[in-house]
Design a protein around this ligand. Structure first.
Ligand SMILES: C[S@@+](CC[C@H](N)C(=O)[O-])C[C@H]1O[C@@H](n2cnc3c(N)ncnc32)[C@H](O)[C@@H]1O
Length: 436
């Protein structure tokens, strides 16, 4: 499996083209070969062309560049600077929007949300007037600066068409983009959306009828494209036993109950050798925050709520002397074992329920680093787990509480040095804490 080599190639390319100081800010969950970096004055979108990153529904970065150039007069759309293609790498450079932060409408007051909604609609209508539809409007693609101005980004599903069609596509969801996000910005205007959905269903039905009669059209083209990707993926899987093991692991993980409630996809997504293993969260975004700040060499790691064990596997690949991953879910541990074999690492996994009244702490001692990423939220007796965590010298933490609460929980557990590692893809802070 070419995994380690691929990550080194990424790191090398980023270091050569953007320098040491750039920060990874986003990875697409449908392809970890599509990443966004930030430097002091620019945003770079980088794509490595692999079968998994070339998807039917997305534009190539050159198209995105042309769209953004066309929209250069619209306030609230990032100003594009350049596009480069270097071998299999595409690079799009945009101006860094000052003081921009990721946006979550559920945090604000209702009147603030309404104003933001209206501001986004205004930016969208200005784009539509210029004959461009965004095609993927939802809050993850909206940013807000501290003065309250909103910006819309991520134009990888944008297209140029008649202004009226643009409005229909962005406001009501008609049009070429088949997989519009379910968490749509327009969900909030339920009435409008219901009319939109009805009309959309009618248009879709008549289009399918026409396609069926003519046996042509964009949806069958798209299906062919998807089929091609699926076939390439299958051939690659069969050619590499490591990838086959991973496919089995991802299958089990997607059926296990260890992802977010109600979700039937694995928790992590990752691309390896041009194959996309789909999941809720791009693993490499998490790992990038961790690998740059924690030295695992020679240390023993205990991973609480390990899920598929990717942290333990990567810590082992980075020189950890031993890793133990524990989780309550038996099936996910089966997936973790397969993943660990696929990566050629030796990690031990054991089934433990941290909410259980039995003295599980007694069996889990002698570790240098403990990790609790997105796991304490699911456990009722948090105090007990915090007091166990406090027995360790180093800790890696991501919680569901606010940043201030998380810091105070870490301090109460006895950690004196707390470092913020950056936001995860769900806008939650990740911490590295240690005790003198
Ligand atoms: C949201 S996932 C987080 C996975 C991983 N720690 C990460 O963030 O990258 C939560 C994990 O905690 C596990 N979990 C939930 N309750 C648990 C419990 N009582 N004891 C042990 N593990 C638990 C789940 O099975 C799941 O794999």
């Amino acid at each position: 499996m070419r995994y380690v080599q691929e990550q080194e190639e990424w790191n090398q390319f980023i270091q050569d083209s953007l320098g040491e100081k750039c920060v990874l800010v986003n990875i697409s969950s449908i392809s970890s070969d599509c990443r966004v970096y930030k430097t002091t004055d620019a945003i770079f979108k980088i794509r490595r062309l692999t079968p998994a990153s070339i998807r039917g529904r997305n534009n190539c970065l050159e198209d995105e560049y042309l769209v953004l150039k066309h929209l250069s007069s619209v306030t609230g759309v990032p100003k594009v600077r350049s596009y480069k293609r270097i071998g299999q790498w595409e690079q799009l450079e945009m101006e860094l929007l000052p003081e921009l932060y990721g946006y979550d409408p559920t945090f604000g007051r209702p009147q603030e949300t309404c104003k933001d909604f209206w501001d986004v609609a205004r930016v969208t209508l200005r784009m539509n007037r210029l004959g461009c539809s965004h095609g993927d409007l939802h809050w993850c693609n909206v940013g807000k600066n501290i003065r309250g101005g909103v910006s819309v980004f991520d134009f990888d599903q944008a297209c140029m068409e008649h202004p009226l069609r643009c409005v229909l596509r962005d406001m009501f969801g008609f049009g070429t983009c088949e997989k519009r996000s379910k968490v749509s910005l327009w969900d909030r205007l339920q009435g409008v959306r219901i009319i939109g959905l009805l009309l959309r269903a009618m248009v879709k039905l008549s289009r399918q009828l026409v396609n069926f009669i003519l046996r042509t059209g964009s949806s069958s083209l798209q299906q062919n494209q998807r089929l091609k990707v699926a076939l390439t993926q299958r051939v690659r899987l069969q050619a590499d036993p490591g990838l086959e093991l991973l496919a089995e692991a991802w299958n089990i993980a997607s059926l296990a109950k260890a992802s977010s409630p109600g979700v039937d996809i694995a928790y992590y997504s990752i691309d390896i050798s041009g194959v996309n293993f789909p999941g809720e969260r791009p693993w490499l975004l998490r790992w990038e925050r961790i690998r740059k700040n924690i030295d695992f060499k020679g240390k023993r790691l205990l991973e609480l709520g390990c899920n598929m064990g990717l942290l333990s596997i990567h810590a082992k690949l980075s020189g950890a002397s031993a890793c133990l991953g524990i989780d309550v879910d038996r099936e996910i541990l089966e997936a973790a074992n397969l993943a660990s074999r696929a990566f050629g690492t030796e990690v031990i996994y054991r089934q433990f329920d941290l909410a259980d009244s039995s003295p599980w702490e007694e069996e889990l001692n002698g570790f240098d680093v403990i990790s609790a990423l997105s796991v304490l939220h699911w456990i009722e007796n948090k105090e007990r787990v915090w007091s166990f965590i406090g027995k360790h010298k180093e800790m890696l933490y991501e919680g569901h509480e606010s940043e201030q609460e998380a810091e105070s929980n870490l301090r109460r557990a006895g950690f004196t040095k707390i470092v913020r590692l950056g936001l995860t893809e769900r806008n939650r802070q990740m911490f590295y804490a240690s005790q003198e």
